[in-house]
Design a protein around this ligand. Sequence first.
Ligand code: 2P0
Length: 332
Amino acid sequence: MTHIGRCRAHTNIALIKYWGKRNEELFLPMNSSLSLTLEAFYTDTEVVLDDNLDSDIFYLDDIKQSDKETAKITQFLNLFRDLANIKTRACVKSYNHVPTAAGLASSASAFSALAGAMNQATGLDLDLKTLSTFARRGSGSATRSLYGGFVEWYMGEGDESDSSHAIPVDDASWDIGMIVIAVNTGRKKLSSRVGMKHTIATSPFYSSWVETATSDLTKMKDAIKQKDFITLGEITESNGMKMHATMLGAFPPISYWEPDSVKAISKVKEIRETGIPCYVTMDAGPNVKVLCRQSDMDKIEALLLEDFNREQIIPTQVGEGIKLISDSDWNY
Ligand code: 2P0
């Protein structure tokens, strides 16, 4: 017997960052974070539970993945199998519409799409809040990709896995957009997982990062409620820089920046000084993301093209939460 689930999930970019776990096994974060879901980057995933399979099989963009990569998927699927009380193995096919491992949070869309597809295939029918606690166990940032718009990942309490989940904050339908400046889309050398662990262990700035991330979140949620774009942007830029500062304080120091990251940041500041509000944020990679008003995107793009190539500038609107994909819409 076979059971099929198919799901699309969009990636998200954190405006208040997650950078560290208080419980590594359960993926419980040190602080709550807040993100914007993006329309242009997503993952489509199919899960086929098949009684005839002896082990899980995992294809990414039609390429069969190694035992090591497949083992991570098996561990994740086991969370659902345990709950559903089944042992059936799965064939998983994922198609990434995100430059993989470029700091564009591909694991966020990957694990939220896999969670959505497995939820359907097993018939568990978990609600989105519960499903976000499952997505979290694949990759922390995946917690937030269950919903569209602005999404909080509430850190939860103690070691209670169920308490750390996503909360939809606002659909961001008030003239919000983002432009990615792709500085380098190659695979990063240091994973977020290792980078954040090293930062907690060695950076003397880490405790003040957690404190200010918490107060930044309160201020940002207030700015979103007021639809105050300038405050939203200012906190976004400040919070991202503080996360990178904790890494510079690590021993030995970590930096994901490249010379063109600095060039992009300077250019955005220059554009802002012409009177167009736009703010940068960066993740565990050299690419720069520009938070702006959707209605200013064309103007900003034209100015960025003075210094960057066409293919480096990727504008995107606000994305939606996860969606199941019907048979007729599965085009792979
Ligand atoms: C974020 N990042 O909030 C932060 C900001 C990168 C910088 O979440 O170990 O792939 O799988 O939980 O989610 C990237 O880290 O790490 C990330 P794991 P994840 O978006």
